[in-house]
Design a binder for this molecule. Structure first.
Ligand code: ADP
Length: 681
């Protein structure tokens, strides 16, 4: 504008993409207020329509201040790029050089614009291309993904199919293995009753090969001719009506082998759950053995029952945790209890003799607690009042939770009455023997000692008489005194001889285990104790020191203490007749044995007299047991004593020093002797 001294320049560029044109207007600086660029362009474009060559050279009144000379300069050959308008108020505008300059400038601008347009077009095309490429790539990627997914799905389906196929094959192999190795015969038939499968067990049992029987009618193969018609009818009925007599049940029937032999089978038939015409599986088992075993069992049961009946012996089992009791036939008979009644301890209790009930219950409780074997005798009382004696022996079987007593009960009433008669006879006999031997002893003493005694008396009187004479006959008196001494010595010799005659053998000295000795005594006295309803509780120490002495003598002492304890409880009925036998090592390392009863006890004032010979409070007592016992224990360097219990009853104990190590028995116990009646006396 400054170079050509223009007053106005306007540029209008058409948008190649069809948007609004770009319009720029510049006015000389010194001019007054400016119309807007748009207004100027509007005003100009009024005149220059499309073809710039037709534009007038001058335009007037453009800015309401007078004429201006206008030079339109088209951009592009046809002005398709737009138009530049230069204007000046000078009337000589444009001069020739100015026109040239303007047209060169317009051409330069056109070239630049065209270049720019081309570039922008290229850019646009390139960007469109890029976009299309991106879009296509995305489409392709998506398609690819889709394809991949499809492929993966197909592979999955294929895999699953393969797996199912393998599973099916495996299951078929398994089923075949089961069928082939089954111990039972497995035969399948179709809806016509024809064999479709025949397993190895069936081949073995019936004596046919599988390929021989496939397709044959089942009835013709394994059913005896006499039953075939029935089988056919049953099969036809099922097909016609669906009514099945054998389906789903276990039945026993007769079957036939290839060689024509018949045998019992157990049969179960099931329908194969498949669509289409029905088919069936039959399971058959040869039960020849089972039938035989059953028959034999019945026979042996009958034998047993008969034997139990004859021997009056019943058997039982008692499951301790549940108190389930099972009885043999004979036991119901012994107890006279209805065969259909359920056996419980309560029911059993109604048959136990009232006096034996507490002992019985005590034994049950003890067995439940200690789980040790049982040996027991007690009485039953029948509803008619008759009394029976029974002996029970039972041992325990099984472990925790399954503990069970298996035992036998024998009616020993007859044996018991003969035993009692025998024992009575024996005790009478022993009493007689004792009295007799004492009588003999006394007679012998009397007989043997009488003579020296009368000699002594005669000599002593003669001596007195000789001393009383005047003068005293001293020599005579001395002689008679000597004779007195001689007779006295003879009497003493007689007694020594008698002692040797009536005394026992020499004692045997050995190392004695008091526990073992005690156990033997218990075993010996058990039946007597049971008869007296005594509950024996042994508590034998594990660490008991051995003692040295005469085993038999010590056992006599133990036996005597047990018998005394039992005797002391014979009148006790209001409490259990408990007898405790305990062995223990005492403070001085001695072996101690204690027998504690729950009997009547003794009068404390008579405590010292208990051990005296011939002291007894019993009608049939001898009163020498304790005194002999004490002398036996003392000869073993021990001590025997009695105390009263805090509760009812008395306790008798002895203690003996332990066997000294290395000492020979004869050294340390040289002076153990055999006490006897005369000794105690
Ligand atoms: P006996 O054979 O006469 O019983 P013992 O010497 O064995 O002779 O006993 C003497 C006495 O001592 C008995 O008669 C009895 O009075 C008493 N006696 C013995 N043991 C016991 C005991 N365990 N409880 C109460 N008194 C007893």
């Amino acid at each position: 504008m400054r170079m050509l001294r223009l007053d106005l320049v306007s540029v209008r560029l058409t948008d190649p993409v069809g948007g609004a044109p770009v319009e720029i207007v510049r006015l000389a600086e010194l001019r007054g207020p400016m119309p807007s660029a748009h207004e100027v362009c509007e005003a100009l474009s009024q005149g220059f329509k499309n073809d710039s060559r037709k534009w007038p050279p001058l335009l007037r009144n453009l800015m309401a201040e007078g004429d201006v000379s206008i030079v339109p300069l088209p951009l592009g050959l046809q002005g398709e790029l737009g138009v530049i308008v230069a204007a000046a108020e000078r009337t000589d505008f444009p001069r020739q050089t100015e026109a040239l300059l303007l047209s060169v400038a317009a051409n330069q601008a056109s070239i630049g614009l065209q270049g720019a347009r081309l570039l922008s077009h290229q850019k646009r095309v390139a960007s469109e291309l890029d976009q299309r490429v991106v879009q296509r790539t995305a489409e392709l990627a998506a398609a690819n993904e889709e394809l991949k997914k499809e492929l993966a799905e197909r592979r999955l389906v294929e895999e699953r199919l393969g797996q199912e196929e393998r599973e099916l094959k495996r299951s078929e192999v398994r089923k075949a293995a089961i069928v082939d190795s089954a111990l039972d015969c497995i035969v399948t038939i179709d809806h016509e009753g024809c064999i479709t499968e025949f397993n190895p067990a069936a081949e073995h049992t019936f004596g046919y090969r599988r390929d021989e029987v496939l397709g044959k009618h089942l009835a013709d193969v394994i059913i005896p001719p006499s039953l075939r018609e029935k089988h056919r009818q049953g099969f036809a009925r099922y097909l016609a009506t669906g009514e099945a007599r054998v389906l789903g049940k276990r039945i026993e029937m007769t079957a036939v082998r290839a060689d024509g032999s018949e045998f019992p089978v157990e049969l179960a038939i099931t329908r194969i759950p498949l669509e289409g015409p029905p088919s069936f599986t039959g399971y058959l088992r040869d039960i020849t053995e089972r039938k035989r075993a059953r028959q034999e069992l019945r026979r042996s049961e009958a034998f047993l029952a008969e034997a139990q009946h004859l021997s009056r012996l019943g058997s039982f089992s008692w499951r301790v945790p549940t108190d389930e009791i099972t009885w043999s036939e004979q036991l119901y008979r012994i107890f006279q209890i209805d065969r259909d009644a359920q056996v419980t301890f309560e029911v059993i209790g109604t048959r136990i003799h009232p006096e034996d009930l507490s002992v019985f219950q005590e034994h049950i409780e003890r067995s439940r607690r200690d789980r040790s074997d049982v040996q027991l005798e007690f009485r039953l009382q029948m509803p008619d009042g008759a009394v029976k004696y029974v002996h029970v022996a039972a041992h325990i079987r099984g472990d925790h939770g399954q503990v069970e007593y298996i035992g036998a009960v024998q009616d020993v009433t007859e044996r018991r009455s003969s035993e009692e008669a025998l024992s009575k006879a024996r005790s009478e006999l022993s009493q007689v023997a004792r009295v007799t031997s004492l009588g003999v002893l006394t007679a012998s003493i009397a007989h043997e000692v009488n003579q020296p005694l009368s000699g002594i008396v005669t000599n002593a009187s003669t001596c007195l008489r000789m001393l009383a004479a005047d003068p005293p006959n001293v020599d005579g008196a001395r002689e008679t005194a000597r004779r007195t001494i001689r007779d006295g010595n003879r009497a003493s010799e007689v007694i020594t001889r008698l002692r040797a005659l009536y005394g026992k053998k020499e004692p045997t000295i050995e190392s004695v285990d008091l526990n073992e000795a005690t156990r033997e005594v218990i075993a010996l006295s058990l039946s007597e104790l049971q008869r007296n309803r005594v509950i024996l509780r042994p508590e034998l120490a594990d660490d008991l020191p051995p003692v040295t002495g005469d085993r038999v003598q010590l056992q006599q002492v133990i036996l005597n203490l047990i018998r005394n304890g039992s005797d002391a409880m014979s009148s006790v009925d209001d409490r259990p007749r408990q007898l405790l036998i305990r062995t223990e090592r005492d403070e001085d390392d001695r072996a101690r044995l204690t027998v504690q009863d729950a009997g009547v006890g003794f009068n404390p004032q008579a405590a010292d007299r208990l051990f005296e010979s011939f002291y007894t409070t019993k009608n049939d007592g001898m009163g020498i047991g304790l005194s002999v016992s004490r002398s036996i224990i003392e000869s073993h360097h021990g001590r025997l004593w009695a105390t009263l219990n805090n509760g009812p009853g008395a306790t008798f104990s002895f203690s003996i020093p332990r066997a000294s190590e290395g000492a020979t028995s004869t050294d340390s116990n040289r002076d153990i002797r055999t006490p006897d009646v005369t000794d105690a006396a």
